[in-house]
Design a binder for this molecule. Structure first.
Ligand code: HEM
Length: 147
C-alpha cells in the first residue's frame, strides 16, 4: 500500500510538470509567431522552446507513463490491477491523444528552430486549448471512475 501511495505521489508530480509544459509551450509558439525571423527575440524563443521540451516536458511525460502504468498494474489488489476497468481504458485512450499532441509540439519546436514555422498565431491559440480539454476529461475519469 505504501508503495502504491508513493507511486501515486510521483505520478501526480510528473503529471503536473507535463501539463505545465504542455500548457506553456503553445503560448511560446503564439509569441514566437510575432517575432521576426533572425531577430534576438526569435532566437531566444528557440532556446526557451528547446529547453522546455527537453528538460521538462519529455522527462515528465516518460515519468507520468511509467508511474501511471505501475499504478495500473499494482491496482487495487492486483493481479491485473486496474486494467480491466473501463475508466482506465478510456483514460489511456485520452492520454495517448495527449501524447500525440506532445509529438506534434516536438515537431513544431523543430520547425521553429529551422525558421520553417507553417502555422498562424490563431492556429496555436486554438491548439492551446486541446491539452486543457484532455486534462479536464482525464482528471474527471480518474477521480470519479464513472464506469
Ligand atoms: C500516462 C498514462 C497514465 C496512466 C497509465 C495513468 C494511470 C493512473 C492510475 C492507475 C491511477 C491510480 C488511480 C487510483 O488509485 O484511484 C492514476 C492516478 C491519477 N492520475 Fe493518472 N495515469 C496516466 C496519466 C495521467 C494524466 C495525463 C493525468 C492528468 C492530466 C493523470 C492524473 C491522475 C490523477 C490526478 C491521479 C490521482 C487520482 C486519485 O488519487 O483519486 N494521469 N493514474
Amino acid at each position: 500500500m505504501t508503495l502504491y501511495l508513493w507511486c501515486k505521489a510521483f505520478h501526480i508530480i510528473a503529471v503536473i510538470a507535463w501539463m505545465a509544459g504542455m500548457l506553456y509551450l503553445p503560448r511560446l509558439f503564439v509569441y514566437h509567431c510575432a517575432a521576426e525571423k533572425g531577430s534576438v527575440q526569435s532566437e531566444t524563443f528557440k532556446v526557451m522552446e528547446r529547453r522546455l521540451l527537453r528538460v521538462i516536458i519529455n522527462p515528465a511525460m516518460i515519468a507520468a507513463w511509467v508511474f501511471g502504468l505501475w499504478l495500473a498494474w499494482l491496482g487495487p489488489d492486483s493481479p491485473y490491477g486496474w486494467f480491466a476497468s473501463g475508466w482506465l481504458q478510456a483514460k489511456i485512450v485520452l492520454v495517448l491523444g495527449l501524447s500525440a499532441v506532445h509529438g506534434l509540439f516536438a515537431r513544431w519546436v523543430k520547425d521553429f528552430a529551422a525558421d520553417r514555422n507553417r502555422h498562424s498565431q490563431k492556429f496555436y491559440r486554438i491548439i492551446n486549448e486541446v491539452p486543457t480539454i484532455l486534462m479536464i476529461a482525464i482528471v474527471i475519469l480518474v477521480v470519479l471512475k464513472p464506469f
